[in-house]
Design a protein around this ligand. Structure first.
Ligand SMILES: Cc1cc2nc3c(=O)[nH]c(=O)nc-3n(C[C@H](O)[C@H](O)[C@H](O)COP(=O)(O)O)c2cc1C
Length: 197
């Protein structure tokens, strides 16, 4: 199944091909590919080069995978059973510049995850980010310090067959992808005033 973005203007192939499936094959992901994902994540930009991102990886069926899976909300557990790799993204809340909460830590981790995800596309993999998990349970299970915050879980693997999903999720898998129009997003002169591009 092909769910490439139907863009109105040309964009790069990686962004065009990225999308978030729920059907994943249980086929293991090659070790070199997994390392490349984190290498791409490592080279992301960050405020003051703080590099606040940390990751915990579980590879099915290891104990870390089981623990990450157990943090997922029921609706996400439903389709994650066959996902071979689960990753928790975590941010260091504290800026090393002044010891205060960094205004950028979530922005920086999100950007690092975006690098990871586009590298996954480059490696022929698919990913699906999830906010539907318990950061508190992750903190307990993995001894995450108070100064760090678990932000998302990322499913990584090879795209599977939508027919393997429960009917409701299969319908969602087959739905068209939608986006706001550029005119709703890009302004000039003042906020809300569409830029004449
Ligand atoms: C921060 C974040 C949290 C998300 N949480 C969930 C989630 O808990 N469960 C889920 O099925 N999808 C989740 N998604 C996936 C989005 O629904 C998906 O990215 C969006 O619908 C756009 O679809 P696309 O990624 O295929 O372009 C999340 C995505 C992001 C970026």
């Amino acid at each position: 199944m092909n769910k490439e973005a139907t863009t109105l203007f040309p964009i790069n192939d990686l962004a065009k091909k990225r999308w978030s499936p729920r059907a994943f094959m249980s086929t293991p992901v090659e070790r070199e590919k997994i390392i490349s994902l984190f290498e791409a994540a490592r080279w992301s930009a960050s405020g003051g080069n703080e590099q606040p991102w940390r990751y915990i990886i579980g590879i099915h069926p290891d104990e870390t995978w089981q623990k990450i899976f157990s943090t997922l909300l029921e609706g996400n557990q439903e389709w994650n059973k066959t996902v071979p790799v689960l990753i928790i993204s975590i941010g260091n809340k504290i800026s090393t510049w002044d010891g205060n909460i960094s205004p950028y830590f979530q922005y920086d981790v999100g950007q690092s995850v975006a690098h990871l995800i586009l590298e996954a596309v480059h490696q022929g993999l698919h990913t699906h980010q999830m906010g539907g998990f318990s950061p508190e349970k992750a903190r307990t299970l993995f001894d995450i310090p108070e100064t760090f915050q678990a932000l998302t879980v990322i499913a990584v693997g090879y795209q599977g067959d939508p027919d393997t999903l429960p009917e409701k999720l299969k319908q969602r898998e087959l739905q068209d992808r939608t986006r706001k129009e550029l005119r709703e997003l890009v302004f000039s002169e003042k906020f809300g005033n569409t830029a004449a591009l």
